[in-house]
Design a protein around this ligand. Structure first.
Ligand SMILES: Nc1nc2c(ncn2[C@@H]2O[C@H](COP(=O)(O)OP(=O)(O)O)[C@@H](O)[C@H]2O)c(=O)[nH]1
Ligand SMILES: [Mg+2]
Length: 393
């Protein structure tokens, strides 16, 4: 189970004030002492993540967060970091106590705005005298059922597990949905050059092959050099050809007219984000001048490689096209700005490390602010003149 990448796991986060019992609940849910439990407020200083398997849900990540009311010196930063976790949260468990409801209600409102599923919990009921009455009162106040629990005695934990399973709507997304169906032959063109990892395939290729096999497609793999041989070996042209963008032009030239063509990066832009918005966003290129300002946002903070797309290749391509003065800001990791309105275009990486919710939160921020957003795969296809020759959605 540990091999399911975190980007494919449902993200469940625990929120509440200091000492609400978040870390205790985290440990109860994971069955391990992952988070430090203490009656000293502000003990949990950074969001703590743990991969677990939940009945009725499957592979998940539980995120324990610092208290929303942390008023220690470092508190503001912690609260800000806690708020940022909302970007990636699929289900928020909000812990209520008998110590006030303001921040909890505020958080529930924020979740509603962001369309995050919520579970309201009354925590530590073993210490509350009138727990039942309070739970009833809260249910009315928050307008949704409140699950009473004690992570210490185990009371209500089964109900909570059921609530999590209930909140989880299993929306199985397919990478190749609408591109092929059972029985189709699909040809994958995958260069294995020096930049490819030794002895294995990269994650998008592995995931696509696995999905195609599951979907009952005949799946043929080749490198660009062997593409013509692969085509000759087939009795009929493949229904779909998926290529690495790098090999696009030679694949396009050899493509039988009957075959649909797309690329791994287009498929993943669609799987992970909002492809229609990305394709729309890339049209902003028409209005870009040398005075424009562009934001390139990377999900990871990895060391730049020689031909790093976000830090080297894209800026080079853009400056060549629009002028050396073009202002390009590059941010990595959690640095994605709250205010994007200074930008004429935001270009996001493929976000292989992010869950879909996280990408969509960022996309939504740009959309709300009226800023065009696209992603690496889509803009590279557009700059390379490929975009109108592939199927995007
Ligand atoms: N009696 C009781 N104590 C609890 C419960 N959950 C947490 N506590 C205690 O409350 C204190 C704060 O718990 P912790 O999980 O660190 O709270 P957090 O600040 O929300 O992470 C600790 O002393 C815990 O042992 C519970 O369900 N019942
Ligand atoms: Mg804690």
């Amino acid at each position: 189970m540990q091999t399911t990448p975190s980007s494919e796991r449902i993200h469940i986060a625990l929120y509440g004030r200091c000492n609400a019992g978040k870390s205790t609940l985290m440990n109860a849910l994971t069955g391990q002492e992952t988070a430090i439990v203490s009656s000293t407020p502000g003990t949990t200083t950074d969001p703590v993540r743990k991969a677990i398997e939940i009945n009725g849900v499957g592979a998940a990540v539980i995120i324990d967060t610092p208290g929303l009311d942390d008023n220690t010196i470092l508190g503001d930063k912690r609260v800000a970091r806690t708020a940022k976790t909302l970007d990636q949260t699929d289900i928020a468990i909000v812990l209520f106590t008998d110590k006030g409801y303001d921040i909890e209600l505020q958080l529930l409102d924020e979740c509603r705005i962001r369309e995050i599923k919520t579970i309201a919990v009354l925590s530590q009921v073993d210490t509350i005298d009138n727990a039942e009455a309070l739970a009833k009162q809260l249910t009315e106040l928050v307008g949704q059922p409140v699950v009473s629990i004690s992570a210490r005695t185990g009371e209500g934990m089964e109900r909570l597990q059921r609530a999590i399973a209930g909140a989880y709507s299993h929306e199985e997304r397919l990478i190749t949905e609408g591109f092929c169906s059972a029985g189709d032959t699909v040809l994958l063109v995958m260069p294995q050059d020096k930049s490819a990892p030794k002895g294995r395939l990269i994650q998008p290729q592995v995931q696509t092959i696995r999905e195609l096999l599951d979907r009952g497609c005949t799946t043929i793999c080749c490198t660009p050099d062997n593409m013509s041989q692969a085509l000759k070996a087939l009795a009929a042209p493949p229904h779909l050809i998926i290529t690495d963008s790098q090999a696009f032009n030679s694949v396009y030239e050899q493509k039988p007219a009957e075959s649909t063509l797309t690329s791994f990066s287009i498929l993943f832009a669609r799987y992970k984000g909002d492809i229609e918005l990305f394709v729309e966003g890339v049209k902003a290129l028409k209005g870009i001048t040398k005075e424009s300002r562009i934001l390139i946002a990377e999900a990871c903070t990895h060391q730049p490689q020689n031909e790093d797309i976000g830090r080297v290749k894209l800026p080079r391509l853009l400056r060549k096209r629009f002028g050396e003065e073009l202002r390009i800001d590059i941010v990595g990791g959690a640095e994605y700005p709250e205010d994007l309105t200074a930008y004429d275009l935001v270009i996001h990486c493929g976000a292989c490390m992010f869950n879909r919710k996280h990408v969509l939160s960022r996309v939504e921020r740009a959309r709300r602010q009226g800023v065009a957003i696209t992603n690496y795969g889509v803009i590279l296809a557009a700059l390379g003149g490929i975009l109108d020759r592939v199927k995007t959605h």
